[in-house]
Design a protein around this ligand. Structure first.
Ligand code: PLP
Length: 375
């Protein structure tokens, strides 16, 4: 459920305060004599505290976060990076942007990376594995991490669609090398556009911080005399994004709690009449989306969801942006072939988005209507 539904007076007041009361500096660094606060830095500290990571870095988007994360591990031309077929194109774009080759793995019943297929796709060139925790649900991380450790391959967890998902009672950054979030307009919390990189590795954290800011070490202020030891880029978040991000973060627990109430209604009503998406043992979802496979009347159900104003989110409404089978412009024939079984599996699923503006009673009514098609 996207945080945009909850944007209200609080975000507006935070923006007004930034401009009217706090000096109006919109840049994350410097101008110390003009400003009262450093919102991007505060936002990063709050993220670290909330999701138990030693280091957090706010950047311009989830796609930028992926690219920076890959660069921090030293991914380059000639390397292979493994990710999954149920995904978003950003992962592939970030891999290609480093010069590396994407390798696609199919999904299991969690609709996330299949550990068995992962094992088959690892080669001597594999540098990183990117499991993508799609639509709120974590992958079978126990087995994925086991495989990565045995092969000494680093993991970047793409949690753009699953901020706050857990595995074995831990946030995912506590288990892997890097976890990334997106703060774009359709995500659990949003500041319009934005991304976050969470890690517990000081070397990775240092590289990411420098790379996202033209290589700046940020040791010398004013920054005119500051030094750089790497070539970077500009992926800096603005203070405007951060003030909104901070307010949205205050709403995070409420969002997850409300997600769960609505998700449970669908789960209880539909579980005996359809196959619902599997949550891996040890995994904790953020209940962002309810996904199920009806045994009959699929197209009537999709029409019904559209008529009732829910739609079907990624499955099937936006399947072409979320299944690598359709990305002929970016992937090799072999990767497209590797995506076929996932495409066939996804084509049987229906995703119901969880909205906060729709009440629990709205979901009860919806479930009642859906049961008629499923019985
Ligand atoms: C799984 C996944 N990864 C990466 C991204 C990219 O995030 P952003 O839109 O912030 O660049 C998205 C955004 O939709 C996503 O869903």
């Amino acid at each position: 459920m996207p945080g945009w539904e909850l944007i209200d007076k609080k975000e507006r007041i935070a923006l007004n305060n930034l401009v009217k009361k706090e000096g109006g500096v919109l840049f994350a660094h410097g101008f110390n004599n003009l400003r009262k606060k450093f919102h991007v830095r505060e936002f990063e500290n709050e993220i670290s505290k909330k999701f138990k990571s030693k280091y957090s870095l706010a950047v311009t988007s989830g796609t930028a976060a992926l690219k920076i994360a890959l660069k921090s591990i030293g991914v380059k031309q000639g390397d292979e990076v493994i990710t999954q077929a149920f995904n978003f194109i950003a992962t592939i774009e970030a891999i290609l942007d480093t010069g590396a080759k994407p390798v696609i793995v199919g999904v299991d019943d969690t609709l996330n990376m299949c550990p068995n297929d992962l094992k088959k796709k690892i080669t001597k060139k594999t540098k990183v594995i990117i499991p993508v925790q799609m639509l709120g649900v974590p992958a079978d991380l126990k087995n994925i991490i086991k495989i990565s450790k045995a092969k000494k391959i680093k993991i970047i967890s793409d949690n753009c669609e699953s901020m706050g998902a857990k595995f074995d009672n831990k946030f995912i950054n506590e288990l892997v090398d890097i976890e990334i979030f997106s703060l774009d307009f359709a995500k659990t919390i949003t500041c319009g556009e934005g991304g976050l990189i969470l890690t517990n590795n000081p070397k990775i954290a240092k590289y990411c911080r420098e790379y996202h800011d033209h290589g700046h070490e940020n040791k010398i202020f004013p920054r005119g005399n500051d030094k750089a030891s790497i070539v970077g880029f500009n992926y800096r978040m603005t203070e405007m994004q951060a003030v909104i991000g901070k307010v949205q973060l205050e709403k995070f627990n409420f969002i997850i709690k409300e997600n769960k109430k609505r998700h449970i209604v669908l789960e209880n009503n539909l579980k005996k009449l359809s196959t619902i998406r599997k949550i891996p043992k040890g995994g904790v979802s953020i209940f962002d989306t309810f996904i199920f496979e009806p045994k009959k009347n699929r197209s009537q159900i999709i029409k019904y969801l559209s008529k009732k104003g829910f739609g079907t989110k990624n499955l099937p409404d936006a399947i072409k942006w979320h299944c690598s089978y359709y990305w002929k412009h970016a992937l090799s024939r072999k990767n497209l072939k590797n995506s076929l079984k996932t495409m066939e599996k996804l084509k049987k699923q229906i995703a119901i988005p969880i909205f906060i503006k729709k009440t629990v009673s709205d979901y009860e009514l919806l479930a009642k209507g859906l049961r008629v098609y499923l019985k």
